[in-house]
Design a protein around this ligand. Structure first.
Ligand code: NAD
Ligand code: TYD
Length: 350
């Protein structure tokens, strides 16, 4: 298998690469990433000397660059993680979300078509379903729930989902989609709730909880998400949508309190700040299709996953402190900018 993975220098994409290195060591992994502010090449240090791994710095909206990579590397399948992924940024500046998350997917699908790559998996999100009320704990999103995205981010992901369905129907591509709940774990960019709160708590800085903090998210340990995507890639039915979630519902306030307890800091650090515009109240996933048809089960409980995650952030301070200081932004240029020719695995020429 020659698998092209986009967005592999980000949080879930990098964890997917590590997951495949462990369970599918014979696969060749072709990582394409633009290295936006959210991509950090240092995250991939542990695989850069692996002969079955190659990195290409490129933008998924750049059709010429994508075609060049597809024609030279001849992937068998594509898994698309590349996206602008932060809701708050989408509220500030929706345009880049539409360009990357919608037009980027259209570009990838078209290049797949013209290069004869028929297998495409789109990594989507439960946020396409909008939200659920707080007072109806019996309700969960199923694959049949209507698409009612609330934020520009969620709307861009929903548009991409519809595009994938259209390419399946019109051009017969073997497209699958997965819609996962909130992920957490190693290498998550410290603008997202869990790493941001951990970093602030460790620095004794205020923990900014939006609004009342009653909003509920359904948390899944990132490696369980990666295992689900691999299963779908290997056994998923063409055209199928799979919800992924681990029944890990928690209010933001309860989660922040647990993080504070895990790092031994005081709840007095919690600071309520103005609410996010259009803030979704509750997400909850029913992963029954994935469980019944592909036998997927989450392996990591919320208690275990949070403990592992806190331990990881404590042990890898340099990784997130470098991001918080902004120093990671020059990593690529420092490591690869002055080399006369692209090296064997990291192709900086694109
Ligand atoms: P992330 O922001 O950590 O990583 C995104 C990666 O994509 C970065 O490495 C970035 O450099 C790259 N990228 C952005 N624009 C690009 C472009 N135009 N061309 C090439 N690369 C580009 O995001 P994440 O949290 O790892 O999310 C990955 C995917 O999973 C996204 O599609 C997201 O919508 C989806 N998802 C995320 C979650 C979550 O909780 N984080 C949950 C469900 C689904
Ligand atoms: P986030 O990690 O941005 O994920 P998403 O918006 O995709 O669910 O936020 C998770 C929840 O935490 C969401 O309800 C917003 C809230 N939140 C805060 O209260 N404070 C923060 O500083 C951040 C980043 C998020």
């Amino acid at each position: 298998m020659r698998l092209l993975i986009t967005g592999g220098a980000g949080f879930i994409g990098s964890n997917f690469i590590f997951h495949l290195r462990a369970v599918r060591p014979d696969w060749t992994l072709l990582c394409v990433d633009k290295l936006t502010y959210a991509g950090n090449l240092a995250t991939l240090d542990s695989v850069r000397d692996d002969p079955h791994f190659r990195f290409f710095r490129a933008d998924i909206t750049d059709e010429t660059a994508m075609r060049g990579i597809f024609e030279t590397e001849r992937p068998d399948a594509v898994v698309n993680f590349a996206a602008e992924s932060h809701v708050d940024r989408s509220i500030e500046d929706p345009g880049i979300f539409l360009r990357t998350n919608v037009l980027g997917v259209q570009t990838l699908l078209d290049v797949c078509r013209s290069c004869g790559v028929s297998r495409f998996h789109q990594v989507s999100t439960d946020e396409v379903y909008g939200d659920l009320p707080l007072d109806r704990p019996d309700l969960r999103f199923t694959e049949e729930s209507p698409l009612r995205p609330s934020s520009p981010y969620a709307a861009s992901k929903a548009a991409a989902d519809l595009l994938c369905g259209a390419y399946r129907r019109t051009y017969g591509l073997h497209v699958t989609l997965s819609r996962c709940s909130n992920n957490y774990g190693p290498f998550q960019f410290p603008e997202k709730l869990i790493p941001l709160m951990l970093a602030n708590a460790l620095a004794d800085q205020p923990l900014p909880v939006y609004g009342t903090g009653e909003n509920v998210r359904d948390w899944l340990y990132v490696d369980d998400h990666c295992a689900a995507i691999r299963l779908i890639l290997e056994k998923g039915e063409a055209g199928a949508v799979y919800n992924i979630g681990g029944h890990g519902e928690l209010s933001n306030l309860a989660l922040v309190r647990r993080l504070l307890a895990l790092v031994g800091k005081s709840e007095s650090l919690i600071t309520h700040v103005g609410d996010r515009k259009g803030h979704d109240l509750r997400y909850a996933i029913d992963p029954v299709l994935l469980e019944k048809t592909l036998g997927w089960r989450p392996a990591v409980s919320l208690d275990e996953g949070l403990a592992k995650t806190v331990a990881w952030y404590l042990e890898h301070r340099l990784w997130w402190e470098t991001i918080r200081s902004g120093a990671y932004l020059s990593y690529y240029e420092r490591m690869y900018g002055n080399r006369p020719a692209p090296d064997r695995h990291f192709d900086g020429g694109l």
